[in-house]
Design a protein around this ligand. Sequence first.
Ligand SMILES: Nc1ncnc2c1ncn2[C@@H]1O[C@H](COP(=O)(O)OP(=O)(O)OP(=O)(O)O)[C@@H](O)[C@H]1O
Ligand SMILES: [Mg+2]
Length: 376
Amino acid sequence: MKNPFYLKPLPLSVPFCDREKETADLVRYAENFTNVVLSSPRRYGKTSLIKRAQNQLSKKGILPIYIDYFGISSVDEFAAKFASAIYAAVYREKSFFEKAVKIFTSLRPVIRPDTEAGLAVTVEVSRGKSGMRLLEETMTGFSEFLRSGRIKCNVAFDEFQEITELKESKLMEGTLRSYIQDQENVSYFFIGSRRRILLDIFNDKKRPFYNSAINYTLPPLPAEDTVKYLAGLFSESGKKCPVNIARQIHTLSEGYPYYVQKLSYFIFEAAKNKVTDADLSEGLSQMLSEETPLFELMLQALRPRQISLLNAVAKEPVAAPFAAEYIDRHRLGSLGGVQAAMKKLSEIDYIEKTAIGWKVPDPLFTLWLKRNEAME
Ligand SMILES: Nc1ncnc2c1ncn2[C@@H]1O[C@H](COP(=O)(O)OP(=O)(O)OP(=O)(O)O)[C@@H](O)[C@H]1O
Ligand SMILES: [Mg+2]
């Protein structure tokens, strides 16, 4: 039997665990043309959720436009990706497509067959058009497009915080905000996992996007739904997973969607007809060794002081990390050094502040850090 669990983004056609309320909330916001900032730790299911919400929106006559800004390197790329996503979204509707071609005069669509998506749409930028001018032209074009035919839209900017890496980011924030606030019949979803950076864009009084969108946080997957989901998928694929093991999968992953899938994947591979405790441990060690190269890379990018603080927080989540006693016990060095390390680690989302204090949000990274340190 084929393994029913996924190590890559979930296609729309496969079963999704829970997220009913979240999907309905997002659909509702889009219908009300309300902008939303959707944040969560990485690999928490934001993109999968947005794709599902947008799929429902398209059935309700709201045109979904989705752009992934991961790794963008220029304003031109931001504008070009936006325009190609618009072309891709309207490609099947001849009148909309023609309208878009007329409006985006500096961005011509180039359409190629694509084995995965069916079609790949990119754009060719006219000579001499670049930078902020190209962005302004694209935004003007999009406003005109929206006005031209009473078109309702939802735009998802995935990994939106990446714009802060560009040298024109301040100008971009101002420009984008001024167009967005004047547009009608459209909602924007701003999505990202580098939460500090993403949320600062919207919650800092001095920045253009201040107060322009609703903050929406994606919670972990709830235990009961996850247990049902897992037991169902195992048994449909010919293996029985007892409830107590399904529950342990949820507990070990702390409802972290990516690890729920991944751990189940390896357990499914290990199990015969019925999942046992031994299969659970086997699955867990497979998953740990599979993630090890990534975790090692994550550590390599850090300074020794940052690693010490990360290890301390993994071992002992803390409400007051600057207390002399904590710093001494974990040998973290000077207070200034701890403060700087703290800032860096929370910016890259390796640690986060929760109701119980600072912790490492990734449960597997936490486990790996603890084991790694114990071995040293
Ligand atoms: N509701 C769900 N039910 C089952 N599995 C899920 C669910 N949501 C997410 N997943 C699993 O988690 C993985 C990560 O999901 P996704 O890529 O959507 O997260 P993300 O938050 O966008 O991640 P990133 O921070 O890397 O952009 C998916 O590949 C899928 O296996
Ligand atoms: Mg994503």
